[in-house]
Write a new protein. Structure first.
Length: 78
């Protein structure tokens, strides 16, 4: 069975938020980018480090990085 690896794609609004954060707090922006790189990019199981959201956010996953939250959609069919 072939192993599946995941990639990360940012929405326009996420890219905009990261750019704003990079201007106001480079250390936090760097921390978030590093965490994404080490924990999500190329992983076989992105759900392992996250928590499934419920209610109107069902289908999305949350990751805690310090006092920040990353909300992601995991697509298996791509």
């Amino acid at each position: 069975m072939e192993k599946k690896f995941y990639e990360v794609k940012f929405t326009e609004s996420a890219e905009k938020d990261l750019k704003k954060l990079n201007k106001s707090n480079k250390a936090i922006a760097k921390l978030l980018k590093k965490w994404i790189s080490e924990n999500l990019i190329g992983t076989q199981n992105p759900k392992q480090r996250g928590k499934a959201l419920t209610g109107n956010l069902k289908g999305l996953w949350r990751y805690r990085v310090g006092s920040y939250r990353i909300v992601a959609e995991i697509k298996n069919d791509i």
